[in-house]
Design a binder for this molecule. Structure first.
Ligand SMILES: [Zn+2]
Ligand SMILES: [Zn+2]
Length: 375
């Protein structure tokens, strides 16, 4: 590793203040965020940090001056360097420059900032048709929302949140301790402001300083065609507002679909059953079939068997977030009449005789009538 003084760009007689200033300047130049295309930047930045740790500590600097890198063994070792920074480069850099002044952070106030609001859940009930074809459905729920009286800051009328004195608005407090490896810098969320970086002297009376009020909120939920019971829609940032202006959580909308009197769903297919009489099944007929798209004429050919399935292509459920639709499957139920008139009974008996079929039973009908005639 290069000479520590050279790394910082100071001469050996530099004062502690000059070393500190030199480190700030060099750290800005070498910070990996400022050199995204240079893979060696992170390594150079770590070396710089090691050099600063040694030279900013009087005892270690004295040992380095006398014995070189061997005198501060550990501090300069590649393996040890990572540990010195606590959870990484960000910590030491934020501690030194006060968080928001770092690179890439823009207006970032502190490493934690106000907490994000909670995710919320709600169940909506849909009609069968709404689920199949999609719908705009209003949903109302109790929701923590931004307090209008303080614009979410939590500060009382005419006042503003003030910068936290414990953390200088960074939301983080820096702890420096000595260890066998030298000076260790770690950061932790500020206890006074809870990591937000600001404290409220006079809380807003409406929200008591929380920046939120819980009220009924109605959203129009755009339900896509093809959903079914068990589907969940996520509405990003429609959940609870975060306290003190924090971003909102998400809203999860769980779908529950009411059953239909005539239709069942089988994936993206619809299944329905149509009753036909034995005469219709035997001789064929035409039926008006009510579908979700309106009435359709269904032709039942002669000789249709019970349980036969007719398939109407593309009359089922639209594929969720895809193209095309499933099919409508129409299952035939052949209904056997139970309330025959005498004339109908006779017709059926003649029909059976013509086909040499035995009909009737001991409870009534032809055979029992023949028996009673002989008794
Ligand atoms: Zn604070
Ligand atoms: Zn308020």
């Amino acid at each position: 590793m290069a000479d520590y003084y050279d790394l910082l760009g100071v001469d050996r007689s530099a004062t502690a203040d000059e070393i500190k200033k030199a480190y700030r300047r060099r750290a800005r130049e070498l910070h990996p965020d400022a050199n995204p295309d240079d893979p060696a930047a992170e390594e150079r930045f770590k070396e710089l940090a090691t050099a600063y740790q040694v030279l900013s500590d009087d005892q270690q600097r004295a040992r380095y001056d006398r014995f070189g890198e061997a005198g501060v063994a550990g501090a300069g070792g590649g393996a040890g360097a990572e540990d010195l920074f606590g959870s990484g480069l960000g910590d030491i850099f934020d501690a030194f420059f006060g968080g928001g002044s770092g690179f890439g952070g823009g207006g970032r106030r502190g490493p934690t900032g106000p907490p994000r609001g909670q995710d919320m859940e709600v169940v909506i009930d849909l009609d069968f048709d709404q689920a199949v074809f999609g719908a705009e459905v209003p949903v109302t729920l109790k929701l923590p929302q931004r307090c209008d009286d303080c614009s979410g800051t939590g500060a009382g009328e005419g006042t503003k949140p003030v910068t936290c004195v414990d953390c200088n608005g960074t939301g983080q407090v820096r702890r420096v301790r000595q260890s066998v490896l030298g000076q260790m810098v770690t950061t932790a969320p500020c206890g006074r402001c809870g990591g937000i970086g600001e404290v409220i002297a006079t809380p807003c009376q409406t929200c008591r300083g929380d920046g939120r009020v819980t009220l009924d909120k109605t959203y129009q939920v755009d339900v896509p065609a093809g959903v079914d019971t068990g589907a969940t829609l996520r509405l990003t940032q429609r959940g609870a507002a975060g306290p003190r202006g924090g971003s909102a959580g998400d809203l999860y909308v769980h779908i529950r679909v009411a059953p239909h009197a005539r239709y069942e769903r089988d994936g993206i297919d619809l299944v329905t059953r149509v009753p036909v009489s034995i005469a219709q099944a035997a001789l064929g007929t035409r039926l008006d079939l009510p579908t979700l798209d309106g009435d359709e004429e269904l032709s039942i050919p002669a000789g249709t068997q019970p349980g036969h399935e007719f398939v109407l292509r593309q009359r089922g459920v639209p594929r969720l977030q895809g193209r095309g639709r499933g099919d409508l499957r129409v299952v035939v139920d052949v209904i056997v009449p139970t309330n025959l008139t005498d004339a109908e009974t006779e017709l059926l008996q003649r029909f059976a005789e013509g086909r040499s079929e035995e009909v009737g039973s001991s409870g009534g009908g032809l055979f029992s009538r023949i028996r009673s005639a002989f008794s």
